[in-house]
Design a protein around this ligand. Sequence first.
Ligand code: Z5A
Length: 206
Amino acid sequence: MRGTFITFEGVEGAGKSSLIAVLAAGLRAAGRDVCVTREPGEGTSAAVRDLLLADSGMRPLSWAFYMLLDRHEHVARVIAPALARGQVVLCDRFADSTLAYQGGGLGLPMAELARMNALAIGETRPDLTLLLDLDPEVGIARVRARAADKPLDRFEAETVAFHHRVRAAYLELARSEPARIKVIDASVPSEALAGPARGLVDAVLS
Ligand code: Z5A
């Protein structure tokens, strides 16, 4: 039986990684076989992730091609095999990130990006996407508080307006696909986030 594919989206610092860790532990404790993965990088290598996140002066379309290359390999090498084994796949960012960041944030045409995504992922589409919705200024402050001494990466260095466009694009995606994308208020404490998120996950697993 095919497993279940769940993706997590949101602006930087929304709490995706923290939530995935809690959900993975809870699901494993309940006897589920869980695969935790993330984008970018898992499809290719840490070096590609570093390249993508560095402020390398790459053009937005080049970024999109790299993200899609990584995603295509990620699906083929990690996600599809895990689903074929019947695992619950929890993936930190996926196709919607390209629409929100390269489309909403950087202004590349959404329809073209959606077609490129469709080519890259084929039939491996998420069963559920949890969109952790947060004011980007709050998210950036969280991330800076975590690593105040680290240099900003390519996306952290973007303007506040860029991050607001990303959030708006995500919310628009959620409006267009309400059956798949569930919006969760990520401004609440982590403990308050986990319960509603687990409820949505259990609903798709049942
Ligand atoms: N990107 C793209 O442009 N196009 C694409 O197609 C793809 C990606 C796939 C990946 O960066 C970047 O790539 C991303 C988009 C771009 N850049 N941005 N922005 P990344 O993986 O380094 O960044 P991220 O995905 O945004 O991860 P993150 O910054 O670690 O955020 P997070 O996973 O959502 O949050 P977290 O690590 O769970 O929590 C962040 C901090 O907040 C941490 O100190 C927590 O303890 C704290 N936290 C978490 N939850 C809470 C709550 N509820 N309250 C208070 N504090 C909290």
